[in-house]
Design a protein around this ligand. Structure first.
Ligand code: SF4
Ligand code: SF4
Length: 258
C-alpha cells in the first residue's frame, strides 16, 4: 500500500508539468479494503443494478479508492457567483483524464507483481434517466472508509470534499487501509449546526435530508450549454461545484476538528 500511495503522490505532483496545466491538485489520498461482504450492500445503498467488485474481476481480493483534492485557490475561484468558472470546468476535464491514467498506472504497478486489476471510468458511468451510477466511486469510498457522505451528497475525506474520486479492483490482497477517523464527517449529520451547502446551491437541489438529483443534473447540463467560458470544453463537462466551494468541509473533515 505504501508503494501505491507513493506512486499516486508522484503521479499527481508531476501532472502540472506533464500536462502543461496549472498545478490544480494536492496530494491524493488512497484507501483500500478487502472485497468482503460489506460490498454486498451496494445494490441496497447505491443502485439495484450496481456492480459488485467480483462482477468486474471474478478473482478480486481488494478494492482501492483514491481522492485527488483540488488546491484551495482553484476551489475559491469557483466560490463566487452562482455559475462555475472556466478553470473549474477545465480542471474537471483534466482531472478525469488524470484519474483514468492514474488508475491505469496503479493497475500496471500491481500487474507487474502478477496481480490482475479491473478499472471503471472516472465519470459518466451512470444511467441518465435514473441518474444512478452502476459503479459509484462515492459509495465505494464510503465502504473502504476513505470518507463519509455529506449533506451535499459528496464524499468528505480527511482532505475535504473539493476534489474527485477514482477506484479500481485488484486480485492482490492489500488488507484494510481506512483513512477517515469519524463516523460522520458532515457537521449537520454529526448533529452540529451548518447547512452551508444547502444555502449555496443555486437551484435548491439540496435539503437537509434529500437531494433532488434531477434538479442538480439539469443545472450541470445548463451550465455546459449556456456558459461561453465552457463552450470549447467537451460535451461531458457537467460542472457546478458551488456546494463544495468555501464550505467547512471543502478542505478538511470538520467533525475531526471538534
Ligand atoms: S457544508 Fe456543512 S452541512 Fe454541507 S456537507 Fe459540508 S459540513 Fe455538511
Ligand atoms: S453541484 Fe450545484 S446544482 Fe448540484 S447540488 Fe451542488 S450546488 Fe446544487
Amino acid at each position: 500500500m505504501k508503494d501505491l500511495r507513493r506512486f499516486a503522490e508522484a503521479f499527481v505532483s508531476e501532472e502540472s508539468e506533464q500536462s502543461g496545466r496549472p498545478a490544480w491538485w494536492n496530494a491524493p489520498l488512497l484507501a483500500a479494503a478487502p472485497s468482503d461482504s460489506r460490498f454486498d450492500a451496494l445494490p441496497k445503498i447505491a443502485a439495484a443494478d450496481h456492480f459488485l467488485p467480483r462482477d468486474l474481476l471474478p478473482t478480486v481480493k481488494s478494492v482501492i479508492v483514491f481522492f485527488i483534492p483540488f488546491k484551495k485557490a482553484l476551489v475559491m475561484e469557483n466560490a463566487t457567483g452562482d455559475r462555475p468558472c472556466r478553470n473549474w470546468g477545465a480542471a474537471y476535464v483534466q482531472t478525469n483524464n488524470l484519474i483514468e491514467r492514474l488508475s491505469r498506472g496503479l493497475a500496471d504497478l500491481l500487474s507487474e507483481s502478477g496481480f490482475a486489476c479491473a478499472l471503471t471510468p472516472a465519470t459518466h458511468n451512470f444511467d441518465e434517466v435514473r441518474l444512478m451510477a452502476r459503479w459509484s466511486h462515492k459509495h465505494l469510498a464510503h465502504l473502504v472508509n476513505l470518507g463519509r457522505f455529506g449533506t451535499h451528497h459528496m464524499m468528505i475525506t480527511p482532505s475535504g470534499c473539493a476534489g474527485r474520486l477514482g477506484s479500481l479492483v485488484s486480485e492482490m490482497d492489500l488488507g484494510d487501509h481506512p483513512l477517515i477517523e469519524t463516523d460522520q464527517a458532515c457537521l449537520s449529520k454529526a448533529g452540529h449546526e451548518c447547512g452551508r451547502c444547502i444555502q449555496a446551491c443555486p437551484v435548491a437541489a439540496l435539503q437537509p435530508k434529500a437531494f433532488d438529483r434531477k434538479r442538480c443534473w439539469n443545472r450541470l447540463k445548463d451550465n455546459r450549454h449556456t456558459l461561453v467560458c465552457l463552450a470549447d470544453l467537451p460535451e461531458t463537462t457537467h460542472v457546478c461545484g458551488k456546494c463544495a466551494a468555501s464550505m467547512p468541509c471543502s478542505f478538511i473533515n470538520p467533525v475531526a476538528e471538534i
